[in-house]
Design a protein around this ligand. Structure first.
Ligand SMILES: [Zn+2]
Length: 441
């Protein structure tokens, strides 16, 4: 369903022709800068029995209706769920239809039905979830509180799934990770995530068995310094923020099903919010990825050299410990991951853009949705900007989140090892001492 109408900017009184494609989300906050004067215009669509609009910055004057758009006014296409590629009005070429045409294809059948269904499922899930973002934040906070029973209860209510459980730490973590995997299903690739989860649990048990001493030393260090617990907390703080960003992530999620362009540019527009709302989220995710790489490096060192602190010598020397590695910058860290077990997706990282965000060296043009970032140190000049589209940025943010989520499974597996395997070993060793004592008596 589409709404086609002419709106008048309250700031400059210029007329704008708009075609608004309906999403199924109950509230649809759309926004764009006035093509005449750049003032921010917000059109919020409410899906009730009869759809209604709340307007901010424009008025909808029925006198202005002049029939089919004829090009006398600037034209804007809007849709919450899809990237918008149009620049002029073509009857019938709605954002929905144009997006479907861009989906990857089977030679005979056209767009893959399974892809389309998958995307619809994601949208339906998001439509239910977005209202629960505050609830999720509150529930995750309970995980750190004293009242674990309440946490488990709330987590079960959230996922509508009852678990066989005790209040042992491994069961509390089970509730936590069920909560996360159910809630964030629309944001991830379920198949590769499930494969990774099972591979990493096997890997942890495997190196814990084959290199027990080295692995225990590593675990001692990350548990006693609280590194693992702090990192888990950092990750958990990102999840509600991703849920909050669902509105601008929808077009980025759609790009999962679009054939990649040869130049790899993603130029479609997003019909809501803007870059400045999300730049810190990206910066914070990359910060966490940097810390997670310490776990990746430590495990890699155990696999190749049976010691989590032992790096491969490079240019005549080697890093002396995982702490030294932690101090390196994100882009430097990759140099120390020799023949690494974890294949990091390069599309998640643009260190130039990341550094520019950290140093307030970005500029955003709402009209073109082009982000300019100044990544080189140039003093005050800022002459050599690089560019990316807002949609490209949201796509990169999504992929960075997915990498963080994969690596969060490493944290999960290490905790399981600590709670189940290590605890069991301790039990066995204390039992065997008891046995010995018995024999002596
Ligand atoms: Zn205006």
């Amino acid at each position: 369903m589409n709404h086609v109408g002419t709106f008048t900017c309250e700031t400059c009184e210029g007329d704008i022709d708009c075609r608004i494609g309906f999403s199924n989300r109950k509230t649809q906050p759309l926004s764009f800068p006035c093509p005449h004067c750049d003032a921010l215009i917000e059109i919020t669509l409410f899906l009730n029995d009869s759809p209604s609009f709340k307007l901010n910055g424009v008025i909808n004057d029925p006198e202005k209706r002049y029939g089919m758009f004829d090009g006398r006014n600037p034209f804007i296409d809007l849709h919450l769920d899809f990237p918008v590629w149009s620049t002029t009005y073509v009857p019938g070429h709605t954002p929905y239809l144009m997006a479907i045409q861009k989906m990857r294809k089977d030679p005979q059948e056209g767009a893959r039905e399974s892809d389309y269904l998958h995307f619809q499922q994601r949208l339906n899930h998001l439509n239910e979830l977005h209202e629960k973002s505050k609830d999720l934040k509150r529930t995750l906070r309970l995980y750190y509180g004293e009242n674990k029973k309440l946490f488990v209860k709330k987590a079960e209510e959230f996922t509508e799934e009852k678990l066989e459980r005790t209040l042992a730490m491994e069961d509390i973590n089970l509730a936590l990770y069920r909560l996360i995997s159910t809630t964030f299903l629309p944001f991830i690739d379920p198949i590769s995530t499930a494969t990774f989860t099972s591979e990493i649990s096997d890997l942890v048990v495997d190196i814990g068995t084959k290199n027990k001493q080295a692995f225990d030393d590593f675990m001692d260090e990350i548990i006693s310094t609280n590194f693992l617990a702090n990192l888990q907390r950092d990750c958990l703080e990102i999840y509600p923020r991703i849920l909050n960003a669902e509105i601008a992530l929808r077009p980025a999620l759609f790009m999962d099903f679009v054939e990649e362009q040869p130049d790899n540019r993603i130029s479609g527009k997003i019909s809501t919010k803007d870059f400045n709302e999300y730049k810190d989220l990206y910066k914070d995710i990359t910060e966490i990825l940097g810390k997670q790489l310490s776990l990746v490096a430590a495990i890699n060192n155990i696999i190749h050299r049976q010691n989590h602190n032992k790096f491969k010598p490079k240019d005549g020397g080697a890093l002396s410990s995982i702490s030294k590695f932690a101090d390196k910058t994100l882009s430097e860290k990759f140099k120390y991951l020799d023949d690494c077990w974890f294949k990091f997706d390069d599309a998640a990282l643009n260190t130039g853009a990341r550094n520019a965000i950290a140093h307030y060296a970005t500029e955003y043009d709402e009209k073109t949705q082009i982000i300019q970032y100044f990544s080189e140190k140039e003093g005050l000049k800022q002459e050599k900007p690089q560019e990316m589209f807002f949609l490209e940025f949201m796509r990169m943010l999504l992929i960075a989140f997915r990498e963080m989520h994969y690596l969060h499974h490493v944290i999960k597996s290490l905790f399981y090892y600590e709670f189940i395997i290590n605890k069991n070993t301790r039990k066995i060793s204390s039992n065997s001492k008891d046995e010995k004592r018995k024999h002596k008596q």
